[in-house]
Design a protein around this ligand. Structure first.
Ligand SMILES: O=C(O)c1cc(=O)[nH]c(=O)n1[C@@H]1O[C@H](COP(=O)(O)O)[C@@H](O)[C@H]1O
Length: 249
């Protein structure tokens, strides 16, 4: 039976991180998974090898496309970087919240004005907060943060909202607090997703797909549990089956 073109509702929440080296492999994965999940993420691994053209090619496959380059620099540099990315076809672009309020404001303004100038829909702009590969000890002992991790995530997310961004990327562990603080319309995207019993690899702050949806995630970013599986379509289907249908959509 051929895969349906439009995935079941619960699957719409999943964005598959296409962290592979080869252009053909990325496109094949995207085409095979298109009917199972809501979309795809292109990050530095594919982008640095294949460039903006890869974003355009993946946009052509369909589904939501998240361009994850975690822009973090002075405001003008990030604003010009965002301008160069708007129009490639990505629906979501991220910057790093650690760049601060003025940087995020400049990025949001650049996304809006460039989209209007080019006559394309403005992408959602979201801010990465504390990476899911870090835990409290990394923040306090290595990086010198005085605050607890959840407070840092909440503070950075508050800045992102004040700057006019559409949402944040966080670990699933902060979703409940973020949703309560930032309201129903702020986009909450979470990597750090591992089905029960799966290898954590370099992820530290994780939940299962079902737990993350129940905690309020709009999108789950899932990479290796799907892309490194012997049968990525079967792996995606197994994850979608785990999701609470009534809360998805
Ligand atoms: O911005 C991201 O997407 C991101 C932020 C974060 O805090 N943690 C994180 O894992 N990611 C990305 O999410 C994906 C997770 O992949 P897996 O660990 O293979 O499921 C990778 O592409 C990461 O680059």
């Amino acid at each position: 039976m051929p895969a349906p073109e439009v995935p079941a509702e619960a699957g719409q929440r999943i964005l598959v991180a296409l962290d592979v080296d080869e252009r053909e492999r990325a496109l094949t994965l995207a085409r095979e998974l298109r009917g199972e999940v809501g979309g795809f993420k292109i990050g530095m691994r594919l982008f640095f090898r294949h460039g903006p053209r890869m974003v355009e090619e993946l946009a052509g496959v369909g589904g939501r496309l998240f361009l994850d380059l975690k822009l973090h620099d002075i405001p003008e540099t990030v604003a010009q970087g965002v301008r160069a990315l708007v129009g490639l076809g990505a629906h979501i672009i991220n910057v790093h919240a650690a760049g601060g309020l003025v940087m995020m404001r400049a990025a949001a303004e650049a996304a809006r004005t460039e989209a209007a100038r080019a006559g394309v829909p403005a992408p959602k702009l979201v801010a990465v907060t504390v990476l899911t590969s870090l835990e409290q000890e990394n923040l306090s002992r290595e990086l010198g943060f005085g605050d607890d991790l959840e407070s840092v995530v909440l503070a950075w997310a508050g800045l992102a909202k004040a700057a006019g961004l559409d949402g944040v990327v966080s670990s699933p562990l902060e979703l409940t607090a973020l949703r309560a603080a930032l309201g129903p319309d702020f986009l909450l995207i979470t990597p750090g997703i591992r089905p029960a019993g799966a290898q954590l690899q370099d992820q530290k702050r994780v939940m299962t797909p079902a737990q993350a949806v129940r905690a309020g995630a709009d999108y789950l970013v899932i990479g290796r549990p799907i892309t490194a599986a012997p049968d990525p379509v079967a792996a995606a289907r197994a994850i979608v089956r785990e999701l609470p249908a009534s809360e998805a959509g």
